[in-house]
Ligand binder design. Structure first.
Ligand SMILES: C[S@@+](CC[C@H](N)C(=O)[O-])C[C@H]1O[C@@H](n2cnc3c(N)ncnc32)[C@H](O)[C@@H]1O
Length: 400
């Protein structure tokens, strides 16, 4: 089997595991979320049961809501199964981590594809659109790393921009493939995104609030003006430099990735990172990658918190140097920690302007934004994250 076939097989196995997690959602959620509440209810005394007469109805509604979410996931799985073939012996069953990711996808879908979450999306869009307005859409290539389920790609491509997303989670990718291509009509699907969380609710019905998605018809090609695509893989892997970067789980050394990285150089007018830059184990790899893809004069627009995803991860991995031309493996760095280097906003901007030829165009801090936040009346849901916004222009010395 050649390198490409091995990679395809690995990818198919990972996709199959996510599809199975979608098919198993209902069974999992009934066992993990509904089952324990039924047992709790059964365990209390008759006198206490009489104090909460509405609880049996609540349990019934919880079950129905899980079943509705199950329908949504089955539709996504059926859609995904059209484009993948895996032999039964290649199937890897999803573990609890995969199942939790599946459950949390509903919050992501709510954030990106519901009318209720429009104010969240506006936090970035209201700042981004004035910047984009200064550019000719058909001549502007935009890259969105960590594109989630694809909403920003659709919004910007509807404005005529050439838009490319990049995402490494197959959970996100399969849902975005479905939402972008299945031609769902507005509000045609009901999900219950909040049912997995049992704390903080003000009203009895809040947790089981149904949400209709999508709020726009993304699949309607008539409305999509600019070309849009999604590149599957890790950001630095797909778009980083071929020279001088350490091979790791986020940066591989295959012919396919080398070609992808070479093609990416100086190819984008704007990179938009929305709730993304805190996801990497080495933020400097992200900065180098952004520089690598931008054209001279290109813009990096960032919005989001600095909630470093690896902050509490004590994992290590083996990284190694490689000669990009010969493929010769050089120094091996065993036990390279994932966590560390959690740079502040000031530090990132200082490094970008002092070392990487960026010029600061705009900056705002302390912007409150929810992330899949329930927005019912007098909501007691956690308010969200304090976000950073900045716009940096890449002006390499002597150019632009
Ligand atoms: C916090 S979510 C933000 C999603 C979307 N931008 C939004 O604002 O709703 C971060 C996203 O980045 C993706 N991601 C994390 N690390 C990545 C990497 N190295 N390369 C590509 N995507 C990555 C995650 O799978 C996830 O979809």
């Amino acid at each position: 089997m050649d390198e490409y076939a091995i990679e395809d097989q690995r990818e198919n196995k990972a996709i199959a595991s996510v599809i199975i997690s979608f098919l198993k959602y209902e069974e999992y959620a009934l066992k993990e979320f509904y089952g324990p509440r039924v047992k709790k209810w059964e365990s209390i005394s008759d006198r206490q049961k009489e104090m909460v007469p509405s609880y049996t109805k609540y349990l019934e509604n919880l079950k129905v809501a899980i079943e509705e979410n199950g329908k949504f996931f089955r539709s996504v799985a059926e859609w995904a199964m059209q484009s993948i073939s895996v032999r039964p012996e290649e199937i890897v069953l999803p573990d609890d981590t995969d199942m939790n990711k599946t459950c949390s996808l509903l919050i992501q879908v709510y954030r990106e594809w519901s009318t209720e979450a429009v104010s969240e999306r506006r936090c970035l869009n209201s700042r981004l659109i004035p910047i984009l307005k200064a550019l000719e859409p058909s001549k502007t290539n935009i890259l969105i790393p960590g594109s989630g389920t694809g909403r920003l790609i659709v919004d910007l491509s509807r404005m005529g921009y050439n838009c490319e997303g990049n995402e490494y989670s197959y959970h996100m990718l399969l849902v975005s493939q479905y939402l972008l291509n299945a031609e769902l009509t507005q509000g045609s699907t009901i999900i219950y995104p909040f049912l997995h969380s049992f704390s903080h609710w003000k009203g009895n019905d809040d947790q089981l609030t149904p949400v209709r998605i999508p709020d726009i018809e993304a699949g309607s090609s008539k409305k999509v003006m600019g070309p849009m695509s999604i590149c599957a893989g890790s950001f630095a892997d797909c778009y980083g430099r071929n020279q001088g970067t350490r091979i790791s789980s986020h940066y591989t050394f295959s012919q396919r990735m080398q070609m992808s990285r070479a093609k990416a150089e100086n190819s984008k007018d704007i990179v938009i990172t929305n709730f993304f830059i805190d996801t990497g184990p080495n933020i400097l790899d992200y900065l180098d990658t952004i520089v690598h893809v931008l054209k001279p004069g290109g813009i990096w627009c960032n919005f989001g918190p600095l909630l470093y995803h690896f902050e509490n991860d004590h994992g290590v991995e083996t990284t190694y140097e490689v000669n990009p031309y010969s493929g010769f493996q050089g120094k091996v760095n065993d036990f390279t920690p994932l966590m560390g280097l959690e740079l502040s906003g000031d530090a990132i901007i200082e490094i970008a302007t002092r070392c990487l030829d960026f010029e600061l165009m705009q900056r705002e801090s302390g912007i409150l934004s929810g992330y899949g936040r329930y927005v019912g009346p007098e909501s007691c849901a956690m308010p969200g994250y304090m976000c950073h916004f900045w716009v940096l222009k890449w002006s390499p010395t002597g150019e632009v």
